[in-house]
Design a protein around this ligand. Sequence first.
Ligand SMILES: Cc1ncc(COP(=O)(O)O)c(C=O)c1O
Length: 403
Amino acid sequence: MGSASTLAQMLALHGGQPVRPTLLPYGRQSISEADIQAVVEVLRSDWLTTGPKVGEFEEAFAARVQARHAVSFSSGTAALHAAAFAAGLKPGDEAITSPLTFAATANCVLYQGATPVFADVRSDTLNLDTVEVRRRLTSKTRAILPVDFAGHPAELEEIASIAAERGLIVIEDACHALGSELNGHRVGSVADMTVFSFHPVKHITTGEGGMVTTNNGAFAETLRRFRNHGISSDARQRHASGQWHYEMVLLGFNYRLPDIVCALGLEQLKRLDENLRRRREIAARYSAAFSSMPTVLPPAVLEACDPAWHLYPVRLRLEKLTARRAEIFAALRAENIGVNVHYIPVHLHPYYRDRFGYQGGEYPVAEDAYERLISLPMFHSMSDQDVQDVIKAVRKVLSAYHL
Ligand SMILES: Cc1ncc(COP(=O)(O)O)c(C=O)c1O
């Protein structure tokens, strides 16, 4: 055997030749010439912040997810905060959510002075387990915050029926799930309020940005006030009506999304279907390649669900491997595959441990998943060669560690 092929077989972590010469990131935005032009046009216009593009973006977004209202925010986190406020969460209340999420999902409950209560996840989709949700209900429960992990919709119908029985509000964290569908319904049209993020690795981006969709007009009005200091009309409305008078009716924030980036969001939204098509194609290729491998578990997709594939998280079958996740992660990185881990369970972060006394072991399914999870690159501008590189690197690394 020649030395070149030996080097190619040897793990890059051990001095071999990496599968690809440059690092493939796990996610990346895609900016077109039309996006740039749209932003430049706003920069030349009269309105940099709350102007016509905000309403246009919100209308287009609401139509896309088939919701009556869409209210934009300066981030997904701000959008979550506003939804927690609109749901009426307050000190003494509890809200049930998933531990396997970005901390912002639970933090929005804390912002309102209420208490996040975690319920363990299902072992297949890693979304909230509705049996666990029922187990965590108390007389203080006021809201449920399901998370559409990696873009796979949570069990919204069952969650909605629990909420209806108990008079709870459902805030869906769909920051991963723009474009996902469940039983023919679009994510964003089902829960009381659904929250999206436009961070650069998401399906569409505004740099930073977020949205809440709802079919409830009263929630929409509260959300609009909350993002604008609690003021009952915005500057543009006052400008149009020639009035100076305004009233602050609740304690809000400045969580507005500027016109500059709403123009970007509008353009990005036009390419959402193309983006989703490509992500679904990549997911199908990955799943076809990994489903026959004994060392890895590809993500599950439940019947009647069409995920938007924000992430493609695989779980390592550690029983069949000679190394832990950390070494396999490092080996994939050395092959120039920009893997990531989603998520450190929220209750295990030092802040949550210190404040609530979590010690680990409380949520065994989420904690076991965390030890095994690795997110592979997933973004719509990945080339077929990029996809092949990922598959090749996963095969190379996992066969090297196969027991
Ligand atoms: C599940 C989830 N919730 C909330 C957020 C917060 O969104 P943002 O980064 O736009 O504030 C994110 C984003 O990273 C997320 O992935």
